[in-house]
Design a protein around this ligand. Sequence first.
Ligand SMILES: *Cc1c(COP(=O)(O)O)cnc(C)c1O
Length: 364
Amino acid sequence: MTDTDQIVEPGAQVSPEMTKSLCKDLSIALEKFPKVRLGHLPTPLEPMDRLSEMLGGPRLWVKRDDCTGLSSGGNKTRKLEFLMADAQKHGADTIITQGATQSNHARQTTAAAAKLGMGCHILLEDRTGSNDRDYILNGNVLLDRLHGASVSKRAGGTDMNAEMEALAETLLAQGKKPYIIPGGGSNAIGALGYVNCARELAEQAASTGLHIDALVHATGSSGTQAGLVAGIAAIQSDMHLLGIGVRAPREKQEQMVYDLAQKTADYMGTGLTIKRGDVRANCDYVGPGYGLPTDGMIAALKLLAQTEGLLFDPVYSGKGLDGLIDQIRKGYFDGMENVVFLHTGGSAALFGYPDTFGLPGYSD
Ligand SMILES: *Cc1c(COP(=O)(O)O)cnc(C)c1O
């Protein structure tokens, strides 16, 4: 027993000293999992003062996971640090993963494989039906190829897990040692990256005396939120976590996050029980569907580009921001002082959507 094994009363605030000590315990617990260094960590935590002033709500901060560095950065880098180490542990020489056409996960995986000298096969599912040249060739797809991956397409609605298994069989027969990473890198191994992020953020806040009331981010394949839920529980933080959905309806999204958060906690061997009530997703900002632009996303993305000089993406972080801004206006965060938006990256996808923003040409 260390003095940090005590449980804080529900609702009571953990002191900064105790937070630091719980964070230290968590980083020791994470050390038993192999990890390769791929990202620039810790990522900065920065105020967004012009945006805060404009919206008149709580003070807004941004956790810059768009700055993880790997092939223009993003949230998949933290997951890949654990996933690629697991692939190495299994003696893999080839990585297989899947995603939507403009998948940021695919792009970061191709870069990680290149850095570690592994082959990489990407299966891209056409979820939007768009045949726009930029959408299918530019942005993340361009970078996938630049990193040397083989890229193949599948029709929308394909069983992508079955496709990855079939490809693995083919590669095995050719004498390769394939390793399959699930879509979004979202399993208990990948989610460890966001358990670690929860710790990193709590330490950053504790070291500057900042009390973070809420953390908001875009949630898709659920590994990011699941890791954060498990990490926040492990350090007994009272931080209110809210995911903004980009695809599934609320019930389904919350269930996915909850299941993976519990699996992640079990995998860590912490004996933690995840509370269903700690899993919150608002899925009102998806619009017509995954990867399809909404007016709210366009307005939010332009607002941040023009008030904070920050770039977000049309599929995830832009819709997440739309949710954050709208919920501030609706009073969801009333009474809170500090709200952090986790910037999960994705701006490389902007070049797959050049006509979405109705931008003017040259001024003269
Ligand atoms: C993948 C992704 C997300 C969602 O993360 P999940 O772990 O899949 O829920 C959010 N933002 C960006 C930019 C992403 O690429």
